[in-house]
Design a protein around this ligand. Sequence first.
Ligand code: SF4
Ligand code: SF4
Length: 204
Amino acid sequence: MSSNQTDPGSPAPKGRGAIPGLIKGLATTARTLARPSHTAEYPDAQPHLPPRSRGVIALLEENCTSCMLCARECPDWCIYIDSHKETIPAPTPGGRERQRNVLDRFAIDFSLCMYCGICIEVCPFDALHWSPEFEYAELDIRDLLHEKERLGQWMPTVPPPPALDPGAPEPAEVAAANKPPRAARPARPATTVRPQPPAAQGDA
Ligand code: SF4
Ligand code: SF4
């Protein structure tokens, strides 16, 4: 092989290929120069946020059973829950008393929260929801600790869930709500008694 031949596997010499790249870059600059600016002048112009934006977490207090799952799964340990047990008297004489958790405190510290959404995902009772609201900046970082009253005030800003995909099965809770009352349900067909095989002679 002669000494001035180029090895096909070796990198291109410096400078070669830079000119087309430069022309391409200048063409992009020229194209965008003619377009109007897309800068949204917040706060004069409100941004159009997608409905699933993660702005703030809202609490539906009546759904919360104080199960502590969200607080245990939160990677930042920024959910604080206090509750106590309450005895519910037996509904009928001779019946059993029952106990239920009463939520005393539910707070999220948004100065620690990293908006991962794990608490919302793990809540088995749909008590936590994303709201796209984001205008809750504070001058004092301690004010970013939202107690349950404030978390509840975000609920009206939670967008309704998106429509189901075509052909998707009905959600379990909707199916349960649409079930006819017990009395109106059709009677179950009588159970057929299967004939038993005759016992063997030695079994008696
Ligand atoms: S997981 Fe849901 S129900 Fe359980 S404590 Fe958290 S918000 Fe309440
Ligand atoms: S979004 Fe994540 S970090 Fe924030 S409170 Fe929920 S689990 Fe914790």
